[in-house]
Design a protein. Structure first.
Length: 286
């Protein structure tokens, strides 16, 4: 057999084995490498090259070595899942770098992190003043997580005492000009409903690059032609405006009549409608 064919066959075999072993090691091996996993990845890559190119040696010994390395790595991961002590030894613990706006220099030296590197990590979190940091630590993965002081944290509806409705996952119902039937069925809608919504927007299905339906049944579309502006759905805003108009009309009717019983009826209806508006407003302002 010519050497180039043997190298090609060995390479294909090594790639197939490497793919299977990578799947066995799981996503964590790719997305969040510990020190041991980093070493394992480098070693397995080197062994794969050995299996592909070293024609003078017995090729299957490289595969045996790869299998042993993967087996050891899987054993380490299983041990980490079962034992907190093992996790502490293999992955170490998080280290506090900033506390109450004060940099802990000893911990910084322990992690071999310079001041410039710390400031760079803070800037990636949109933090430019150390004094704004309540608490910051470096995770075993090397990421720096930051907790801002109370007055510097972003304002949320909860801080204002406002209740907002939960947001469910939007469903992609159009992709590359093609209707996706399964997401439509998931939210209980049909092609007929989708075509009706597209007609309201004045858009043809073949011109839609991406279409999504949110948890309130509103359709958002992105067209192939970026120069065309599509109006945003206004159903919720229109409904809220209609409810407020009805409330204002009831109050006006109550003020315009001289009959006390009728005036009281309009007032009660206005109060009841105001209560309804307050309850559904979180659903309509998103």
């Amino acid at each position: 057999m010519p050497e180039w064919i043997e190298v090609a066959l060995r390479t294909l075999l090594a790639v197939a084995v490497l793919f299977v072993m990578t799947k066995l090691l799981g996503k964590r091996q790719v997305s969040q490498l510990s020190m041991f996993e980093y070493i394992t990845g480098i070693t397995i890559g080197s062994l794969t090259a050995y299996v592909s190119l070293d024609l003078q040696s017995t090729w299957y010994l490289g595969l045996v070595s790869m299998i042993v390395w993967v087996g050891v790595s899987l054993g380490m991961e299983f041990l980490q899942l079962k034992s907190k002590t093992a996790r502490n030894i293999l992955d170490s613990n998080a280290t506090v770098l900033i506390k109450d706006g004060k940099i802990l220099e000893d911990n910084l030296k322990k992690e071999r992190l310079t001041t410039d590197e710390l400031m760079e990590q803070l800037r990636t979190k949109d933090v430019f003043r150390v004094a704004d940091v309540e608490f910051a630590l470096i995770e075993p993965s090397g990421n720096v997580n930051v907790l801002l002081t109370k007055e510097n944290q972003p304002l949320t509806p909860k801080h204002l005492g406002i209740k907002v409705a939960p947001e469910q996952e939007p469903q992609t119902v159009i992709m590359d000009g093609e209707i996706m039937d399964e997401p439509l069925a998931t939210i209980g809608l049909s092609r007929q409903w989708l075509n009706t919504e597209l007609e309201k927007l004045g858009v043809a299905i073949e011109n839609v690059f991406l279409g999504q339906v949110d948890s309130y049944g509103q359709l958002y579309v992105d067209l192939f032609d970026d120069q065309i502006k599509v109006p945003q759905p206004q159903k919720k805003a229109a409904l809220l405006a209609t409810l407020k108009k009805c409330e204002a009309d009831l109050e006006m009717f109550g003020l315009s009549t001289k009959e006390q019983k009728t005036k009281q009826m309009y007032k009660q209806c206005s109060v009841a409608l105001e209560k309804v508006i307050n309850e559904v407003k979180p659903l309509l302002i998103r």
